[in-house]
Design a protein around this ligand. Structure first.
Ligand code: 5GP
Ligand code: ZN
Length: 117
């Protein structure tokens, strides 16, 4: 069922505390933690506790939760004292998605190129 934890999902395991992560913020609905392979001086992932495969599924199935994730990206950026930063939702393997539990990347602390690769 939409939103239910998946046994084979890495980020559901992080939410459940079965896989360790360096958590920087938590709310009732979301968890924010350090990316294990940072691509910038600040690289934090914000995820909904509930399992949705990607940002599109999240937006369609739980729009208030999608908004909560986006709000948390702002809180993370403020806590990290980022003036400029990038929020990325890779959606689909062709766009670089490797973990199929919706997540926002918050990247900052260095200059950014556009367009992204
Ligand atoms: P995606 O490629 O799906 O957009 O992003 C998945 C992100 O999860 C990658 O940036 C990757 O480094 C990160 N990641 C993968 N495995 C782990 C893990 O076990 N712990 C943490 N904290 N991040 C992970
Ligand atoms: Zn999951």
């Amino acid at each position: 069922m939409a939103g239910e934890p998946q046994d084979d999902c890495l980020f559901c395991k992080i939410v459940a505390g079965h896989v360790p992560a360096t958590v920087v913020r938590e709310t009732d609905a979301t968890v924010a933690f350090q990316d294990i392979n940072p691509q910038a001086p600040v690289h934090i992932l914000v995820i909904p506790r509930a399992h949705y495969e990607n940002a599109a599924e999240l937006a369609a199935g739980a729009p208030e939760l999608a908004a909560a994730v986006l709000k948390e990206t702002k809180e993370v950026a403020e806590e990290q004292k980022l003036d400029s930063y990038r929020v990325v939702f890779n959606t689909g393997a062709g766009a670089g998605q490797t973990v199929f539990h919706a997540h926002a990347h918050v990247l900052g602390g260095r200059g950014m190129q556009w367009p992204p690769g």
